[in-house]
Design a protein around this ligand. Structure first.
Ligand code: HPA
Ligand code: MG
Length: 228
């Protein structure tokens, strides 16, 4: 099917959502009333995210299941994906008699103002990661755009000499200047549109929305911050 909105698997290994995908009408789902008028469509329903996360957890278990893991959760956007992914890994580990000791550490990256990436990337909570030396590290990110942020973070983490680094990214965006840097585990490959929900924000709004949605022009205006 040439025009199918969703293909099974792309270069990234994630579920491909094509550029023409219009999303689902908001009327077909529940979402917080305080966001009515602020969204264009439901792009990825929460249930689909959950099911995909379950499969990613299994892939991660298959690859890393015999080792301890240090999970590096990239805040703030990655918190929901990280919680759900770690939960699924724990459940699989309980049910398979292969219990995996997991530690979870949080770091914070910030580079966006409104829907634009800014040049100054801040990495917080990552000053001393020396406890990563010799460990298997799983970096958990919500979204990878150009891949620049991921590259910077990988360099930073590599300097602490972990045994192995894997990256799980829920979303990979098809942007014009993608670097070669892709996560090892990808949930979905999406068009270059600004999405919110499932902990992804627009100026700190929409983290309390379960589905991944496309923000409307009205929503962008309403929550816009003027640059000083
Ligand atoms: N939504 C929210 N945060 C983001 C996005 C996005 O589409 N891209 C990069 N950070
Ligand atoms: Mg953000």
């Amino acid at each position: 099917m040439e025009d199918a909105a969703v293909q099974s698997e792309g270069r990234s290994g994630g579920i491909v959502i094509n550029d023409g995908w219009p999303g689902y009408s908001l009327d077909l789902f529940s979402y917080p009333a305080h966001y009515s008028g602020d969204l264009d469509c439901v792009f990825i329903p929460h249930g689909v995210i959950t099911d995909r996360t379950e499969r990613l957890a299994r892939n991660i278990m298959d690859d890393l299941g015999d080792h301890d893991i240090v999970v590096l959760c990239v805040l703030k956007g990655g918190y929901q994906f990280c919680v759900d992914l770690v939960d699924r890994i724990k459940a699989l580990s309980r049910n398979s008699n292969r219990t995996i000791p997991m530690r979870v550490h949080f770091i914070r990256l910030k580079s966006y103002l409104n829907d634009q990436s800014t040049e100054d990337l801040h990495i917080l909570g990552a000053e001393d990661l020396s406890f990563l030396a010799g460990k298997n590290v799983l970096i958990v990110e919500a979204i990878v755009g150009t891949g620049k942020t991921m590259e910077t973070l990988l360099k930073h983490v590599e300097a602490f000499r972990p045994k192995m680094i894997k990256v799980a990214g829920l979303l990979v965006k098809r942007v014009p200047h993608n670097t070669a840097c892709l996560p090892d585990y990808v949930g979905f490959e999406i068009p270059d549109r600004f999405v919110v929900g499932y902990a992804l924000d627009y100026n700190e709004y929409f983290r309390d929305l379960d589905h991944i949605c496309v923000i409307s022009e009205n929503g962008k205006m309403k929550y816009k911050i003027e640059k000083e």
